[in-house]
Design a protein around this ligand. Structure first.
Ligand SMILES: [Zn+2]
Length: 286
């Protein structure tokens, strides 16, 4: 990936190294780890805190925070340029549609963090909270992505940020609140299916970012597309379930299968066309 032509974002909130009092959260870190891994690339941890569900088998060990002593802060710079690139692309897309794009903040944290959606542990992976319009990421997750999820590469890392920004776009377009309202009236199975459609759309929106950024600034290098698609495959629900419990329960999907995630990320990436990201009007198998 080439990001030297992209400007760093001014919307990074660096909370690394600050302590969070988890005592108030109720349930403690164990519960939160359970809750949060389920929200892999998730949206709102509080939604699942109420929902329950049998997801214990997916609990990873507490993600260790990476120390950044002395060395140049490459992690921060990378994320900041990816976010800057997303801001540029979405500002332009919104402008063309006669809307104004409100830039989200991106919070860097280590270990645990407090968001307007509740407390979160790094074990959860990155997430977006619609209540404060912030993306949260512990950069140690990138090591997890490389090692545990077998998804190496800088474009895979950029996709993670772009997916979360995709949720922010959904939030601004009112899609997120509509889906959440429908989920509250639906049974667990339907609520999960809606969650899958929301997540796949965020994947598609991440693809849109990459398409437009590459068109304008030639960010993609050879091997990048493969890295991105591999990452989408490695974090599919079926692949994660197989790795953690040895079998697949499609009713329990909340983010989509590997095949679905690859398909929708690719759709955005290849077309750059927002209209192609309508994951909600497709019937049956997406
Ligand atoms: Zn997501």
């Amino acid at each position: 990936m080439r990001l030297d032509n992209e400007q760093e974002s001014q919307n990074i909130e660096d909370r690394r190294g600050s302590r969070v009092n988890m005592g108030l959260a109720g349930g403690g870190i164990g519960t939160l780890a359970i809750v949060l891994i389920a929200m892999f690339f998730g949206i709102d941890p509080s939604a699942i805190l109420q929902g329950g569900g049998s997801i214990e088998s997916r609990v990873p060990e507490q993600a260790q925070s990476e120390q950044q002593s002395g060395a140049p802060d490459e992690g921060r710079e990378f994320v900041s340029r990816v976010l800057g690139s997303n801001e540029r692309v979405w500002r332009e897309i919104f402008q063309k549609a006669g809307r104004e794009y409100r830039e989200p903040k991106l919070v860097l944290f280590t270990g645990q963090v407090k968001s307007a959606c509740g407390f979160a542990s790094a074990a959860a992976g990155p997430f977006y909270c619609g209540n404060d319009e912030k993306v949260y990421i512990d950069l140690a997750f990138y090591r997890e992505l490389r090692q545990r999820f077998k998804a190496p590469g800088d474009f895979a890392q950029a996709y993670v940020v772009a997916h979360e920004v995709g949720h922010h776009v959904q939030n601004q377009l009112g899609i997120m609140s509509k889906v959440q309202a429908r989920q509250q009236r639906a049974g667990e199975r339907d609520a999960n299916a809606l969650s899958v459609r929301l997540e796949l759309q965020a994947d598609c929106l991440a693809g849109i970012w990459a398409n437009v950024a590459n068109r304008d600034r030639k960010i993609l290098e050879s091997g990048d597309v493969e890295e991105g698609l591999n990452a989408a495959a490695m974090i599919g629900d079926d692949t994660l379930q197989k790795r953690s419990q040895g079998y697949v329960v499609p009713e329990g999907f909340t983010h989509g299968s590997s095949q679905q995630r690859v398909r929708w990320f690719r759709t955005g990436l290849e077309t750059g066309d927002l209209k192609k990201c309508d994951t909600f009007s497709e019937r049956g198998v997406l």
